[in-house]
Design a protein around this ligand. Structure first.
Ligand SMILES: [Zn+2]
Ligand SMILES: [Zn+2]
Ligand SMILES: [Zn+2]
Length: 307
């Protein structure tokens, strides 16, 4: 039997619930999927809560972790893994928890880049639906996976339940227990379909409109002003708005703010230690997973190039 799974979905981000249990269940039904992996940043409570409360589909709990080298996904982990440690160390911790490590979108956003050639990951996400329209980053990921003979996965990386399963991985497994071993041995077939470019994407990236709000497909608010991050066609020399360091990049906010990687990490670290009340808001997704949480305005406090 083959299980159809979207292996990279964010149900919450920046303290906001984007995908409720109800949303998720109807998305899985609509997309004729057997399940998803919920890989939120910084917190596993919503993933574990969804897993407990949705029993008619497979919910793999995991975490997308910011390592010093870039993003790594741990699937099948049981408790939160601390961010901002060495990539290798983080992968070791994922394995110690009985999980597997996947390198998501190595060549865009905060992926691990060329570290994908050496990091002890179990698989490479060679097709990420969000970056599908850019083509090249996914092709580079695929090339690296082939070179290393590593298994490849396809997923959406979406926060919008309407796009769950737009791209997905078909895993040769009969039940949930067989999924991770099957991924590690490459018994998979990839279904690749890119997520559409929203109008706001074209407005901010190609027409250079300002003050564009982050879109729900994959919210990436600027850490400075809360506007959506934009990707320019060509790399340009940009000065970090926090420390002034100059770097060449194509990612900046629609109002022109740019942060270098160390400053993004620094600012995000601060977000990880919110005041106790904010923390409880962040950590009580499950029972409070009501429309109230869902309609909270974006806090605009998220990391710019994340996810
Ligand atoms: Zn900004
Ligand atoms: Zn990511
Ligand atoms: Zn992600």
């Amino acid at each position: 039997m083959a299980l159809r799974l979207d292996l990279h979905v964010h149900s919450q981000s920046h303290g906001r619930t984007y995908i409720t249990a109800e949303n998720l269940r109807s998305a899985l039904q609509r997309g004729k999927l057997h399940g998803v992996a919920i890989t939120n940043f910084f917190d596993m409570s919503h993933a574990l809560w969804l897993k407990k409360n949705i029993t008619d589909f497979i919910i793999l709990a995991g975490q997308e972790i910011w390592t010093k080298g870039g993003h790594i996904i741990g699937l099948g982990t049981r408790k939160v893994i601390e961010d901002f440690h060495d990539t290798e160390e983080t992968i070791k911790e994922i394995h110690a928890q009985g999980g597997i490590a996947i390198a998501p979108h190595p060549y865009l956003f905060l992926g691990i880049g060329d570290k994908v050639y050496s990091a002890p990951v179990d698989a490479v996400e060679s097709y990420n639906g969000i970056i599908g329209p850019y083509i090249i980053p996914n092709l580079r990921a695929k090339y690296a996976a082939k070179k290393r003979k590593l298994p490849q996965t396809a997923s959406t990386d979406t926060m919008d339940s309407g796009y769950i399963g737009h791209s997905f991985t078909e895993v040769a497994a009969d039940n949930e227990a067989q999924i991770l071993p099957a991924i590690c041995s490459g018994r998979m077939r990839l279904h690749k379909r890119s997520l559409p470019l929203p109008l706001s994407f074209i407005m901010k990236n190609l027409l250079y409109f300002k003050n564009i709000a982050p879109y729900s497909l994959h919210a990436m608010p600027c850490l400075i002003c809360g506007s959506s991050m934009a990707v320019r066609p060509l790399k340009k020399k940009l000065a970090c708005s926090a420390c002034g360091m100059e770097q060449r990049s194509r990612i900046l906010c629609s109002n022109g703010h740019y942060l270098c990687k160390p400053c993004i990490m620094e600012k995000t670290k601060k977000l990880l230690t919110p005041a106790p009340t904010e923390r409880s808001k962040l950590r009580t997704p499950a029972p409070a997973e009501s429309s109230k949480l869902h309609t909270l305005a974006p806090t605009g406090r998220g990391q710019g190039e994340g996810e």
